[in-house]
Design a protein around this ligand. Structure first.
Ligand code: NOJ
Length: 719
């Protein structure tokens, strides 16, 4: 349809038909069942009637080509004006073929991998009938207690922005109308959900506007610049106002400043939740605040359908606001080509062919292999082919490796570590659990100890159950569960070389494991092909190349601890341990256990000869930074060369380091390469106290190295 036809359609709609377009309900309700286990409760409690369900303009969480085709057909038969339903779902890190969790994908530092994962997720979902995914989630995170850190790519605004773009490109492609194998993307959660106080889910977010703009907003903006079609509002308050009713955020920043004219959807029941927040007295006031703030679609509560008509009749809300919202929804349906073809990509035959196909599994394998991060290695990895190995731990033979938000992925389809290692390992391998995720029996321990006694080397497979992270998965203690720590203690007594592989959704407090182990491999939740990828890394056919995108704290007491922090007026000098009145803890170092950007390889890299092309640069005259990286080990490997800068003096104080560029390079043993980075004035800009975005002349330090801590240094002046 052209714009005129869309406008004509809107003209023909009754007010009831319009508000119905602004309601989204789950498939369960459409199918006549209640939405089990969800916070909104049964239909009657929600205040949702059968008529509302039948008329609502979009559906959440249904998948499967046959079911979607059936529902779309019956809906279209009843639709007076022939307006098709939109089907949306949480396709977060894969649909049926599950990729590593986004935090793990971030650790690949490989944008191509992220884009590919989204492209494949889109293809599998689109043939299963879905039109929109509630992804990417690009919330900046600094607090690993928050279970949802697994959904994002980490603590850095620049890296998060690059990944946001890559995911959007992968999901949407370049032509949504033509390319039926793509989905519309919905960036979330706007805004700053990742800064929930204390890492407790849904909790208050409060920060200066400068902080918000400098660190938290860039990744959402990047997604929109890449053409992302939708935005989801967050659950939290921002400066005292729930995001879903926050005019300054939505109308102000999103619509007026950034010119976003796509659909803005609430989060699950978050319009009604303004009552619990204490920001609205009842559903009617909640609807009033949300529509004024610019939320178009209400997810899972009926405040809009029940109250917008009367708000318009009473003159409190202008019908134009509703028309704008409905128009955006119709335009999205049109952009997806739904008016011409309401079934779009839904195709049971292709669905059978594509879901979990060999090519998709291969891509999931590659992503997993690139996402694992080697955190420590005293030479015990890779395993020697002739060794006798005891694989011990709750994840030794466990399929719970997909992670939270694994859509229609099934654990049974996951390649488990035990069998994968058995296939690849030429030596002798035994597999025992030793304990459960958080329980241990005497028999389990006995069997594991007996197996360990027979072995030359122990490989422990430990971690969190997938429901210990994800939405509603906040923890105050982020160590491994006690039963697993006990297993480590018991096995340590045997005095054998010990490597640990950990499966988890957040940076953990590794006390009780890190010092006790000779090697630690962070596997995250690696997805469907996880066991295969981890086994290949353990046996050495894959050289690990992941780098952390979120700092690992020494203990939870340090949280939040992140690399791009400020210096304070009394920075601690680690060589002067006795000083009291400096910014430090008396019982812990200031530094995290493992910094942002960190990760080891089976080979070693040497950095030398950092040169800055000039002492001075200007807006017209960028400069280049060169560094030589040599593979000094005996095997080929991938190094992620990272460039950070520090603005020595700012009108507003500037972080100790900020990532500005990086390059992944592949080096053969003995090979050296000079990596060149260009620094432009644009990269030196920041938000000043008046919120203007500009650079300041003066001294800048530049750091290049394998992570944010161990770097070579240079300097230049911006004139
Ligand atoms: C709540 C979550 O916060 C959001 O990320 C998700 O997309 C919706 N539920 C829909 O499932």
């Amino acid at each position: 349809m052209d714009q005129k036809q869309i406008a004509g359609l809107l003209n023909e709609m009754t007010l009831e038909e319009k508000v119905a377009q602004l309601l989204q309900l789950t498939a369960h309700l459409h199918e006549g069942a209640e939405d089990k286990g969800q916070i909104t409760g049964p239909k009657e409690e929600m205040g949702v009637t059968a008529e509302m369900v039948n008329a609502s303009g979009s559906v959440l969480g249904l998948s499967g080509a046959a079911s979607i085709i059936a529902l779309q057909k019956s809906y279209m038969e009843k639709s007076r004006l022939g307006i098709p339903l939109l089907f949306m779902a949480d396709v977060i890190h894969g649909f049926k073929t599950i990729f590593p969790i986004p935090l793990a994908l971030g650790c690949s530092w490989d944008l191509g991998v992220a884009e590919k994962s989204a492209e494949i997720a889109a293809k599998e979902s689109a043939v299963s009938g879905i039109h929109v995914t509630f992804a990417p989630m690009v919330d900046l995170v600094r607090d690993p207690r928050w279970g949802r850190v697994m959904e994002t790519t980490g603590e850095d605004p620049y890296l998060n922005s690059l990944f946001a773009r890559a995911f959007v490109r992968g999901y949407q492609g370049s032509n949504l109308a033509e390319d039926k194998d793509r989905l519309a993307a919905c960036v979330k959660h706007f805004a700053a959900y990742g800064a929930a106080e204390g890492g407790r889910d849904y909790n208050t977010v409060d920060m200066s506007e400068r902080q918000l703009r400098e660190y938290y907003l860039p990744a959402y903006k990047a997604a929109l610049e890449e053409g992302c079609e939708m935005v989801m509002a967050s659950f939290n308050t921002v400066d005292g106002i729930p995001a879903s009713g926050n005019e300054k955020l939505m109308r102000g920043i999103l619509r007026d400043e950034w010119n976003f004219d796509g659909v803005l959807i609430s989060d699950w029941a978050s319009i009604r939740e303004m009552i619990a927040h204490g920001a609205a007295e009842d559903d009617c006031e909640a609807a009033y605040r949300a529509i004024r703030a610019g939320v178009d679609i209400e997810m899972m509560t009926p405040c809009y359908v029940r109250h917008l008509p009367q708000l318009i009749e009473s003159g409190r809300v202008d019908e134009e606001l509703i028309d704008e919202a409905v128009l955006r929804v119709l335009q999205l349906k049109n952009k997806l080509g739904l008016f011409e073809n309401p079934l779009r990509g839904a195709d049971p035959n292709r669905e059978r062919e594509l879901l979990l196909c060999r090519e998709h599994r291969k891509a999931a394998y590659e992503a997993a292999a690139k996402s694992c991060v080697l955190l420590k290695n005293n030479g015990v990895l890779p395993l020697k082919p002739e060794s006798r190995v005891a694989l011990i731990g709750p994840f030794a033979d466990h399929e719970d490796i997909l992670g939270w938000w694994s859509c229609v992925g099934e654990k049974e389809d996951a390649v488990k570590l035990g069998p994968a290692l058995q296939e690849r390992f030429t030596g002798k391998l035994s597999v025992t659990a030793g304990c459960g995720i958080d329980s241990m029996t005497a028999e389990q321990l006995e069997a594991a100890t007996a197996a360990a006694r027979e072995a030359d080397v122990l490989v422990l497979a430990l971690g969190e159950a997938s429901d210990m992270s994800g939405e509603g998965g906040s923890r105050t203690d982020i160590t491994l569960p006690e039963a697993q720590l006990e297993l480590v203690r018991q096995l340590k007594r045997l005095g054998k070389p010990m490597a640990a592989v950990i499966f988890n959704g957040r940076p953990l407090d590794l006390n009780g494991l890190f010092d006790e182990s000779d090697a630690v491999l962070e596997a995250w939740f690696p997805g469907t092909e996880g066991g295969a990828a981890v086994a290949d890394i353990l046996t050495g056919s894959v050289n690990p190349s992941g780098r952390l995108t979120m700092s690992f704290p020494q203990s939870v007491g340090q949280v939040p601890v992140y690399y791009n922090a400020f210096n304070t007026g009394r920075p601690m000098d680690p060589s002067k341990t006795g000083e009291r009145y400096v910014s430090k803890y008396i019982d812990s170092p200031n530094e995290p256990l493992l910094p942002f950007g960190y990760g080891l390889s089976y080979t070693t890299f040497d950095y030398s000869g950092l040169t800055v092309s000039s002492d001075e640069m200007s807006a017209e005259q960028p400069l280049t930074v060169n560094v030589t990286v040599t593979n000094t080990g005996a095997r080929a490997g991938v190094e992620t060369v990272q460039l950070y800068i520090r603005d020595a003096v700012g009108e507003v104080v500037r972080p100790l380091r900020e990532l500005k560029a990086f390059e992944r390079i592949d080096l053969q043993p003995g090979e050296c390469r000079t990596v060149t980075f260009t620094i432009t004035e644009e990269q030196l800009r920041y938000h000043h106290s008046d919120l203007s975005f500009a650079s300041d002349p003066g001294l800048f330090q530049v750091f290049v190295g394998p992570n944010s801590r161990d770097t070579l240094e240079g300097a230049f002046r911006l004139i």
